[in-house]
Write a protein that binds this ligand. Structure first.
Ligand SMILES: O=P(O)(O)OC[C@H]1O[C@](O)(CO)[C@@H](O)[C@@H]1O
Length: 242
C-alpha cells in the first residue's frame, strides 16, 4: 500500500501525520515507534503533545527508537538529536524515558555502538511504525546518496549539502558535526509501516524523484517504493509535482 495524504499547509499536514501515529498507538499501546528529527516532524510532535494533554493519547506503553545522532555530541548538547527529542516530544508526554532510544554519539567505539543499536532493535521485536523526514538530496535518517544501500546502523560522513542544510540550526557552518550514526536502509525497510512527512516547495522535486523516479542508492528514499506499507503526508507545496 502506498497512500498520499495531502494537507493544506504545515499545520494540516502535521495533524494528519499525528493521526497516523495516534492510530498506531491506540491500536497497539505497546508499539515500537521509530522517530525522526529535523524540522518536518516538529509540528507532528506538537500535535501529539496537545492530544496527550487532552487525554487523547497515552504513551505509557510505547517504546521509541530514533534514527540517528551526530558523532561527538552528548545527549545534553542542545544540538544533539537526543536533546531535540526530549525538547520536542519526550519531556511533554508520558513515555517512559528508559524506553526511548537514540544512538550514542559519544560512544568510544562507534562500530560497537552500531552493533548494539541493531541488536537492541532486534530485541524489541522490530519497529512497528517508522516516522521519516526527507533530506533535500533524498536522504532518510542520515543515509546519504551512495553507491549502495546500507543495511544496518552505521557511521556516515555527512555530505556538504546536508551540512549546509543543517547549519541553520547552528551558529556557524563549522560547528555542524561532519559525521553521524544512523540506522541503515535495511533497518528502515524492516519497519512494519512507514510514515514520511514533507513540507515546503523546496521538497517538491525530491519527493517526485523519490516516489516516482528510478530506485537508486543515489536517492536513498527511492527504496521506499519497495516497502509494502508507506504513507506519504505532505503539504500542498511539497506535493505540488505529484
Ligand atoms: O525535516 P528537515 O529539517 O527538512 O530535514 C530532513 C531530514 O534531514 C535531517 O534533518 C538530517 O539532515 C533528518 O533528520 C531529516 O529527516
Amino acid at each position: 500500500m502506498f497512500r498520499i495524504l495531502r494537507g493544506k499547509d504545515y499545520d494540516d499536514m502535521s495533524r494528519i501525520a499525528a493521526n497516523v501515529i495516534s492510530a498506531q498507538v491506540t491500536l497497539m499501546p505497546e508499539c515500537v515507534l521509530g522517530l525522526a528529527t529535523g524540522s518536518s516532524p516538529i509540528g507532528t510532535y506538537s500535535q501529539l503533545i496537545r492530544w496527550h494533554e487532552d487525554g487523547l493519547i497515552d504513551f505509557s506503553g510505547v517504546t521509541s527508537v530514533n534514527l540517528d545522532e551526530y558523532v561527538g555530541l552528548d545527549g545534553s548538547d542542545d544540538q544533539s538529536y537526543r536533546y531535540f527529542m526530549n525538547r520536542h516530544l519526550f519531556d511533554h508526554v508520558n513515555i517512559n524515558p528508559k524506553n526511548t532510544y537514540v544512538p550514542n554519539g559519544k560512544a568510544f567505539d562507534t562500530k560497537k555502538e552500531c552493533e548494539r543499536y541493531d541488536q537492541m532493535i532486534h530485541n524489541l521485536g522490530g519497529i512497528d511504525l517508522q516516522l521519516l523526514g526527507l533530506g533535500n538530496n533524498g536522504h532518510i535518517g542520515f543515509n546519504e546518496p551512495a553507491d549502495s544501500f546500507a543495511k544496518g546502523t552505521h557511521q556516515v560522513n555527512l555530505t556538504e549539502s546536508t551540512i549546509k542544510a543543517n547549519s541553520r540550526f547552528f551558529d556557524k557552518t563549522e560547528d555542524v558535526p561532519t559525521q553521524a550514526l544512523t540506522m541503515g536502509i535495511g533497518n528502515i525497510l524492516q519497519a512494519g509501516k512507514i510514515l514520511i512527512v514533507v513540507n515546503g516547495e523546496g521538497k517538491a522535486d525530491i519527493v517526485k524523484k523519490a516516489f516516482f523516479g528510478p530506485i537508486t542508492p543515489q536517492v536513498p528514499a527511492s527504496i521506499l517504493q519497495l516497502h509494502k506499507n508507506v504513507t506519504l503526508v505532505g503539504d500542498e507545496a511539497a506535493l505540488s509535482l505529484i
